[in-house]
Design a protein around this ligand. Structure first.
Ligand SMILES: *Cc1c(COP(=O)(O)O)cnc(C)c1O
Length: 463
């Protein structure tokens, strides 16, 4: 491949032959075993075992329960609660810890929107802390600076597949009496000092949507060691208010239930998929090691850092560009890499604090609720300048490779590396005329619009 497409051949962007001439094939996630498991359920005729009333069927059908037992064992926790999406899981988790209207929860802006909207669904107030430049995860020191009298919890996100700094975050939470929730949607199978990410939080959990490491179309699983939380999560999942009639009034708080129930087909597939998680994570780790070695030494390009004690599940392989050293805006490099056939490129990510919904405080109705209500005791500000690290990465220097979007065996990864080398070998030809770069750089004021348009991308792009 490289022999008939040498590194100094004309760039595909300028009409040359692309390094990756045939599109890399997609990842195959479903096998005969998944098909057999789903077919068994259909043949049984019972596609859901739930009833939203007291009794045996309140906790779901046999496949749901079997999947929960398997997940609890796999992730090393006492309780696993299956739900119909991880967004549902996040909403249930915020309700289960007993959030009152106006309570604040600190989280990261560098995540999928559901992390923060789960807080608003209980009329809690999301407060954003900045992220760590090396790992893209929430920065514990920034969390500590955001704590106020109404702060009740932190939601850490294991972004791109690597756990947030759980040791430091647990320390902050213990000192301030806060609960620690974990959005581990992108990090199933990732470890922190030999424990599964997610098992170190008061409540954690994983997504099983089509784009994640393992999936059942749509689904999620919540994990916790806490008996009381497990019960509350199961109640919120299934119309709690119909079941808790006999309880003391204090136990009725946040027992406004939903239908977050997972069906039997999804549970059957999820069980089979969980058995494939370890080899899938291992394959991504091999791809990442190959990329680390193959991209090392390319100037102005930094490969991902894995923090001490962590293993990384590489939902996204997160690079950073030194745009000033390169003398090139990120968009130009992406254009050139895409032309060479590199799939799964993610330019920029989320800055939730810049989304119009937060900046204009429009969630419930148009009157600013819950921010503009007697429940909210201090003015929370959302806007540019609040999370400078996240804003800089979003606007300029982050470049991701979504490994789930293409087959990533050694041969495919070798082609991706060759494409990077070809582009990096000809940066001069991509550089704008002197003086043009200053206008090409993204001014800070533009980042809100950018975040808004990033948010409108099809979900498959990043979520
Ligand atoms: C995918 C994802 C979610 C939402 O999960 P769903 O199962 O799609 O509802 C939440 N947070 C993060 C970080 C995600 O990547």
């Amino acid at each position: 491949m490289t022999s008939n497409n040498p590194i100094d051949a004309p760039l595909a962007l300028f009409g040359g032959q692309p390094v990756i001439a045939d599109p890399l094939p997609p990842v195959v996630t479903m096998g005969e075993d998944d098909i057999a498991a789903a077919s068994d359920v259909i043949r049984s005729g019972v596609l859901s075992g739930y009833i939203g009333a007291p009794g045996e069927a309140f906790m779901g059908g046999p496949r749901v329960r079997a999947f929960e037992a398997q997940a609890a064992e796999y992730f090393g926790v006492r309780h696993a609660i299956a739900v119909n999406s991880w967004t549902s899981g996040l909403v249930a988790a915020v309700g289960a810890i007993g959030i009152e209207p106006g309570d604040e929860i600190i989280t990261t802006p560098w995540t999928m929107a559901a992390t923060a909207t789960a807080i608003l669904h209980w009329c809690g107030i999301p407060v954003f802390a900045d992220i760590d430049r090396d790992t893209f995860n929430i920065d514990p020191a920034s969390v500590e600076r955001q704590i106020g009298p109404r702060t009740r919890a932190v939601i850490a996100v294991d972004i791109f597949g690597q756990s947030a700094d759980m040791v430091a975050l647990r320390d902050v939470c213990t000192r301030h009496g806060l609960k620690l929730l974990g959005d581990c949607a992108q990090a199933p199978g990732a470890k922190v000092f030999d424990r599964m990410a997610g098992s170190l939080c008061d409540i954690g959990g994983y997504s099983l949507n089509y784009h994640k490491h393992i999936h059942c179309g749509e689904g999620g699983v919540i994990v916790t060691d806490d008996e009381r939380y497990a019960r509350r999560l199961a109640l919120i999942r299934n119309h709690a208010e119909a079941v808790v009639q006999g309880e003391r009034p204090a136990d009725l708080a946040n027992m406004l239930g939903f239908n977050f129930r997972m069906g039997e087909i999804e549970a059957a597939i999820a069980s089979v998929q969980l058995g494939k998680l370890a080899p899938r994570v291992a394959a991504r780790q091999r791809a990442a090691a190959q990329l680390d070695a193959g991209l090392a030494g390319l100037p102005g390009l930094k490969t991902p850092r894995v923090a001490v004690g962590n293993t990384h599940a590489y939902y996204i392989y997160g690079l950073q560009l030194d745009v000033s050293a390169l003398g090139l805006p990120r968009a130009r490099l992406i254009e050139a890499l895409k032309a060479e056939g590199v799939p799964g490129l993610v330019g920029s990510y989320q800055n939730l604090h810049l989304l119009p919904m937060f900046r204009h405080k429009v969630a419930y109705g148009t009157g600013g609720f819950p921010w503009a209500s007697p429940y909210c005791e201090r003015t929370i500000h959302y806007g540019p300048g609040q999370c400078p690290v996240a804003e800089q990465l979003h606007a300029q220097s982050f470049l991701g490779l979504a490994l789930g979007q293409f087959a990533h065996g050694p041969e495919q990864i070798a082609q991706v590396i060759a494409a990077f080398h070809k582009v990096w070998g000809q940066l001069d030809r991509l550089r704008p005329a002197p003086g043009a770069l200053a206008t090409a750089a993204v001014p800070m004021a533009a980042t809100a619009t950018q975040a808004a348009s990033a948010q409108r991308r099809p979900a498959g792009a990043t979520a």
